[in-house]
Design a binder for this molecule. Structure first.
Ligand code: GLN
Length: 284
Protein backbone atom coordinates (compact mmCIF):
# COMPACT_ATOMS: atom_id res chain seq x y z
CA UNK A 1 0.00 0.00 0.00
CA UNK A 2 2.74 2.44 1.04
CA UNK A 3 4.72 1.63 -2.07
CA UNK A 4 1.67 2.01 -4.29
CA UNK A 5 0.84 5.34 -2.67
CA UNK A 6 4.39 6.54 -3.22
CA UNK A 7 4.29 5.46 -6.86
CA UNK A 8 1.00 7.28 -7.37
CA UNK A 9 2.31 10.36 -5.58
CA UNK A 10 5.40 10.34 -7.80
CA UNK A 11 3.22 9.99 -10.86
CA UNK A 12 1.10 12.92 -9.76
CA UNK A 13 4.19 15.03 -9.16
CA UNK A 14 5.53 14.24 -12.62
CA UNK A 15 2.13 14.85 -14.19
CA UNK A 16 1.84 18.18 -12.36
CA UNK A 17 5.30 19.29 -13.44
CA UNK A 18 4.62 18.42 -17.06
CA UNK A 19 1.27 20.15 -16.80
CA UNK A 20 2.77 23.25 -15.16
CA UNK A 21 5.41 23.43 -17.89
CA UNK A 22 2.65 23.36 -20.50
CA UNK A 23 0.83 26.17 -18.75
CA UNK A 24 3.96 28.28 -18.44
CA UNK A 25 4.66 27.92 -22.13
CA UNK A 26 1.11 28.79 -22.96
CA UNK A 27 1.18 31.73 -20.53
CA UNK A 28 4.11 33.15 -22.47
CA UNK A 29 2.45 32.68 -25.81
CA UNK A 30 -0.83 34.27 -24.99
CA UNK A 31 0.20 37.78 -24.04
CA UNK A 32 -1.36 39.38 -27.10
CA UNK A 33 -4.32 37.10 -27.24
CA UNK A 34 -7.76 38.62 -27.29
CA UNK A 35 -11.19 37.31 -26.47
CA UNK A 36 -13.96 37.82 -28.99
CA UNK A 37 -16.58 40.32 -27.91
CA UNK A 38 -19.54 38.73 -26.23
CA UNK A 39 -17.63 35.68 -25.14
CA UNK A 40 -16.66 34.86 -21.58
CA UNK A 41 -14.40 37.58 -20.27
CA UNK A 42 -11.72 35.82 -18.28
CA UNK A 43 -9.05 35.36 -20.95
CA UNK A 44 -6.54 37.19 -18.75
CA UNK A 45 -6.94 34.55 -16.06
CA UNK A 46 -6.51 31.51 -18.22
CA UNK A 47 -3.22 30.21 -16.87
CA UNK A 48 -5.13 27.07 -15.93
CA UNK A 49 -5.90 26.31 -19.56
CA UNK A 50 -4.06 23.37 -20.95
CA UNK A 51 -3.39 24.23 -24.52
CA UNK A 52 -3.78 27.23 -26.70
CA UNK A 53 -3.26 26.54 -30.36
CA UNK A 54 -5.09 29.46 -31.89
CA UNK A 55 -6.10 32.97 -31.03
CA UNK A 56 -9.59 34.17 -30.24
CA UNK A 57 -10.85 31.17 -28.30
CA UNK A 58 -13.71 31.72 -25.89
CA UNK A 59 -13.14 30.79 -22.24
CA UNK A 60 -15.91 29.06 -20.36
CA UNK A 61 -16.08 28.95 -16.57
CA UNK A 62 -16.55 25.40 -15.35
CA UNK A 63 -18.10 24.95 -11.91
CA UNK A 64 -17.18 21.86 -9.92
CA UNK A 65 -17.20 20.59 -6.36
CA UNK A 66 -13.63 19.38 -6.21
CA UNK A 67 -13.82 17.02 -3.24
CA UNK A 68 -15.26 14.18 -5.25
CA UNK A 69 -12.51 11.75 -6.25
CA UNK A 70 -11.82 10.29 -8.78
CA UNK A 71 -13.89 12.81 -10.76
CA UNK A 72 -12.59 16.06 -9.27
CA UNK A 73 -10.10 16.78 -6.52
CA UNK A 74 -7.63 19.55 -5.75
CA UNK A 75 -3.96 18.59 -5.97
CA UNK A 76 -1.22 19.79 -3.62
CA UNK A 77 -0.68 22.83 -5.86
CA UNK A 78 -4.31 23.86 -5.53
CA UNK A 79 -5.16 22.82 -9.07
CA UNK A 80 -8.43 21.04 -9.84
CA UNK A 81 -7.71 17.61 -11.35
CA UNK A 82 -9.67 14.41 -11.98
CA UNK A 83 -11.43 12.43 -14.67
CA UNK A 84 -14.08 15.10 -15.32
CA UNK A 85 -11.32 17.69 -15.70
CA UNK A 86 -9.33 15.49 -18.10
CA UNK A 87 -12.43 14.83 -20.17
CA UNK A 88 -13.62 18.44 -20.22
CA UNK A 89 -10.10 19.60 -21.15
CA UNK A 90 -10.05 17.13 -24.05
CA UNK A 91 -13.46 18.27 -25.25
CA UNK A 92 -12.35 21.91 -25.00
CA UNK A 93 -9.21 21.15 -26.97
CA UNK A 94 -11.21 19.33 -29.63
CA UNK A 95 -13.78 22.12 -29.92
CA UNK A 96 -11.42 25.09 -29.68
CA UNK A 97 -12.49 26.67 -26.43
CA UNK A 98 -10.76 27.25 -23.12
CA UNK A 99 -11.90 26.36 -19.64
CA UNK A 100 -11.28 27.75 -16.19
CA UNK A 101 -12.32 25.71 -13.17
CA UNK A 102 -14.12 27.17 -10.17
CA UNK A 103 -14.42 25.00 -7.04
CA UNK A 104 -17.67 25.48 -5.14
CA UNK A 105 -20.33 23.57 -3.18
CA UNK A 106 -22.32 21.05 -5.18
CA UNK A 107 -25.72 22.37 -4.09
CA UNK A 108 -24.86 25.82 -5.50
CA UNK A 109 -23.81 24.65 -8.96
CA UNK A 110 -27.20 24.82 -10.72
CA UNK A 111 -28.01 28.26 -9.22
CA UNK A 112 -24.52 29.47 -10.27
CA UNK A 113 -25.18 28.24 -13.80
CA UNK A 114 -28.55 29.96 -13.90
CA UNK A 115 -27.20 33.30 -12.70
CA UNK A 116 -24.34 33.13 -15.22
CA UNK A 117 -21.53 32.84 -12.68
CA UNK A 118 -20.45 29.65 -14.40
CA UNK A 119 -21.05 28.35 -17.94
CA UNK A 120 -20.61 24.60 -17.52
CA UNK A 121 -21.07 22.13 -14.67
CA UNK A 122 -18.54 19.30 -14.64
CA UNK A 123 -19.03 17.74 -11.24
CA UNK A 124 -20.04 14.11 -11.41
CA UNK A 125 -23.57 15.37 -11.81
CA UNK A 126 -26.21 12.72 -12.39
CA UNK A 127 -28.64 13.37 -15.21
CA UNK A 128 -32.12 13.44 -13.64
CA UNK A 129 -35.49 14.48 -15.09
CA UNK A 130 -35.91 17.05 -12.35
CA UNK A 131 -32.54 18.71 -13.05
CA UNK A 132 -33.15 18.53 -16.78
CA UNK A 133 -36.01 21.01 -16.25
CA UNK A 134 -33.45 23.52 -14.96
CA UNK A 135 -30.35 22.88 -17.10
CA UNK A 136 -29.34 21.38 -20.44
CA UNK A 137 -27.45 18.14 -20.01
CA UNK A 138 -24.89 16.72 -22.41
CA UNK A 139 -25.01 13.13 -23.53
CA UNK A 140 -24.04 10.84 -20.64
CA UNK A 141 -20.26 10.51 -20.26
CA UNK A 142 -19.96 7.81 -17.59
CA UNK A 143 -22.12 5.46 -15.57
CA UNK A 144 -22.10 5.31 -11.79
CA UNK A 145 -24.70 4.61 -9.10
CA UNK A 146 -25.39 4.93 -5.40
CA UNK A 147 -24.04 2.67 -2.68
CA UNK A 148 -24.63 2.28 1.02
CA UNK A 149 -21.65 2.57 3.36
CA UNK A 150 -21.17 2.02 7.10
CA UNK A 151 -18.18 1.98 9.44
CA UNK A 152 -16.01 -1.14 9.06
CA UNK A 153 -17.10 -2.56 12.43
CA UNK A 154 -20.84 -2.26 11.73
CA UNK A 155 -22.37 -5.72 11.39
CA UNK A 156 -26.04 -4.69 11.69
CA UNK A 157 -26.60 -2.81 8.44
CA UNK A 158 -26.19 -4.91 5.34
CA UNK A 159 -28.70 -3.27 2.98
CA UNK A 160 -31.28 -0.46 2.87
CA UNK A 161 -33.74 -2.85 4.53
CA UNK A 162 -31.71 -2.49 7.72
CA UNK A 163 -32.08 1.31 7.80
CA UNK A 164 -35.31 1.26 9.82
CA UNK A 165 -34.99 3.86 12.58
CA UNK A 166 -31.51 4.82 11.39
CA UNK A 167 -29.78 8.11 10.63
CA UNK A 168 -28.24 8.49 7.18
CA UNK A 169 -25.50 10.94 6.17
CA UNK A 170 -25.49 12.35 2.64
CA UNK A 171 -24.12 15.19 0.57
CA UNK A 172 -26.43 18.21 0.30
CA UNK A 173 -28.33 18.35 -2.98
CA UNK A 174 -26.97 15.03 -4.24
CA UNK A 175 -28.85 12.05 -5.61
CA UNK A 176 -27.75 10.27 -2.41
CA UNK A 177 -29.72 12.92 -0.53
CA UNK A 178 -32.74 12.30 -2.79
CA UNK A 179 -32.51 8.55 -2.22
CA UNK A 180 -32.37 9.11 1.54
CA UNK A 181 -35.47 11.32 1.33
CA UNK A 182 -37.24 8.60 -0.62
CA UNK A 183 -36.35 6.06 2.08
CA UNK A 184 -37.50 8.46 4.78
CA UNK A 185 -40.84 8.99 3.05
CA UNK A 186 -41.22 5.22 2.84
CA UNK A 187 -40.88 5.13 6.63
CA UNK A 188 -37.49 3.42 6.57
CA UNK A 189 -34.87 6.06 7.35
CA UNK A 190 -35.64 8.16 10.44
CA UNK A 191 -33.21 11.04 10.09
CA UNK A 192 -31.10 12.56 7.32
CA UNK A 193 -27.96 14.56 8.04
CA UNK A 194 -26.60 16.39 5.02
CA UNK A 195 -23.17 17.92 4.47
CA UNK A 196 -21.60 20.08 1.77
CA UNK A 197 -18.84 17.51 1.17
CA UNK A 198 -18.72 13.71 1.17
CA UNK A 199 -15.75 13.60 3.54
CA UNK A 200 -17.85 15.44 6.14
CA UNK A 201 -20.54 12.77 5.82
CA UNK A 202 -17.84 10.13 6.34
CA UNK A 203 -16.61 12.01 9.43
CA UNK A 204 -20.15 11.91 10.81
CA UNK A 205 -20.22 8.13 10.31
CA UNK A 206 -16.88 7.83 12.08
CA UNK A 207 -18.01 9.71 15.19
CA UNK A 208 -21.27 7.77 15.32
CA UNK A 209 -23.49 10.72 14.41
CA UNK A 210 -24.94 8.70 11.55
CA UNK A 211 -25.45 4.97 11.02
CA UNK A 212 -24.92 4.86 7.27
CA UNK A 213 -24.03 7.00 4.26
CA UNK A 214 -25.52 6.99 0.77
CA UNK A 215 -23.16 8.26 -1.90
CA UNK A 216 -21.89 7.57 -5.42
CA UNK A 217 -20.19 4.17 -5.46
CA UNK A 218 -16.91 5.08 -7.24
CA UNK A 219 -16.46 8.10 -4.97
CA UNK A 220 -17.00 6.12 -1.78
CA UNK A 221 -14.52 3.60 -3.17
CA UNK A 222 -12.01 6.39 -3.77
CA UNK A 223 -12.33 7.55 -0.15
CA UNK A 224 -11.90 3.96 1.05
CA UNK A 225 -8.78 3.60 -1.10
CA UNK A 226 -7.36 6.83 0.32
CA UNK A 227 -8.22 5.92 3.89
CA UNK A 228 -8.65 2.17 4.29
CA UNK A 229 -10.13 0.60 7.42
CA UNK A 230 -12.64 3.34 8.24
CA UNK A 231 -15.79 2.64 6.23
CA UNK A 232 -17.00 -0.16 3.94
CA UNK A 233 -19.63 -0.55 1.26
CA UNK A 234 -22.46 -2.95 2.07
CA UNK A 235 -25.02 -4.63 -0.17
CA UNK A 236 -25.56 -4.16 -3.87
CA UNK A 237 -25.46 -0.76 -5.60
CA UNK A 238 -28.82 0.98 -5.04
CA UNK A 239 -29.24 2.05 -8.65
CA UNK A 240 -27.47 3.02 -11.86
CA UNK A 241 -26.94 6.68 -12.77
CA UNK A 242 -25.36 8.52 -15.69
CA UNK A 243 -23.27 11.64 -15.32
CA UNK A 244 -23.62 14.52 -17.74
CA UNK A 245 -22.07 17.95 -18.18
CA UNK A 246 -24.61 20.76 -17.88
CA UNK A 247 -25.04 24.20 -19.41
CA UNK A 248 -27.74 26.86 -19.01
CA UNK A 249 -31.11 25.93 -20.51
CA UNK A 250 -31.23 27.24 -24.05
CA UNK A 251 -27.44 27.39 -24.49
CA UNK A 252 -27.72 25.07 -27.47
CA UNK A 253 -24.50 26.30 -29.06
CA UNK A 254 -22.37 25.26 -26.10
CA UNK A 255 -24.13 21.95 -25.49
CA UNK A 256 -23.63 21.13 -29.18
CA UNK A 257 -19.90 21.81 -28.83
CA UNK A 258 -19.69 19.61 -25.74
CA UNK A 259 -21.62 16.75 -27.33
CA UNK A 260 -19.62 16.91 -30.56
CA UNK A 261 -16.38 17.09 -28.58
CA UNK A 262 -17.43 14.13 -26.44
CA UNK A 263 -18.22 12.12 -29.56
CA UNK A 264 -14.87 12.97 -31.12
CA UNK A 265 -12.94 12.26 -27.93
CA UNK A 266 -14.64 8.86 -27.75
CA UNK A 267 -14.03 8.10 -31.43
CA UNK A 268 -10.34 9.03 -31.26
CA UNK A 269 -9.62 6.62 -28.41
CA UNK A 270 -8.76 9.51 -26.08
CA UNK A 271 -11.75 8.75 -23.85
CA UNK A 272 -10.50 5.19 -23.22
CA UNK A 273 -7.07 6.58 -22.44
CA UNK A 274 -8.56 8.93 -19.83
CA UNK A 275 -10.67 6.14 -18.40
CA UNK A 276 -7.55 4.00 -18.02
CA UNK A 277 -5.97 6.92 -16.17
CA UNK A 278 -8.91 7.30 -13.78
CA UNK A 279 -7.52 5.00 -11.05
CA UNK A 280 -4.66 7.42 -10.46
CA UNK A 281 -7.19 9.74 -8.80
CA UNK A 282 -8.45 7.01 -6.48
CA UNK A 283 -5.78 7.37 -3.80
CA UNK A 284 -4.46 10.71 -2.65
N1 GLN B 1 -23.85 12.17 -8.71
C1 GLN B 1 -24.41 12.80 -7.57
C2 GLN B 1 -25.41 13.83 -8.00
O1 GLN B 1 -25.45 14.20 -9.13
C3 GLN B 1 -23.36 13.47 -6.69
C4 GLN B 1 -22.54 14.47 -7.40
C5 GLN B 1 -21.54 15.24 -6.56
O2 GLN B 1 -21.64 15.31 -5.36
N2 GLN B 1 -20.56 15.82 -7.16
O3 GLN B 1 -26.18 14.29 -7.23
Amino acid sequence: MQKLLRTIAMFLVIATVVFAAGCAEQGGKKTNESTPAGEATTAQENNTIRKSTSEQMPTYIVGTEAQFPPFEIVDSQGKVIGFDVDLMNSIAEDQGFKVKYVDQDFAGLIPALQTGNIDIIASGMTITDERAKEVNFSEPYITAGLALAVTVDNENIKSVDDLKGKTVAVQTGSTGFMKAEELKKAGIVTEIKDFAHVNEAIEELKIGGADAMINDLPVTNAFIAAQPGVIKIVGEPLNSESYGFAVRSGNTELIKKINTGLKNVKASGKYDELLANLPKYMEK
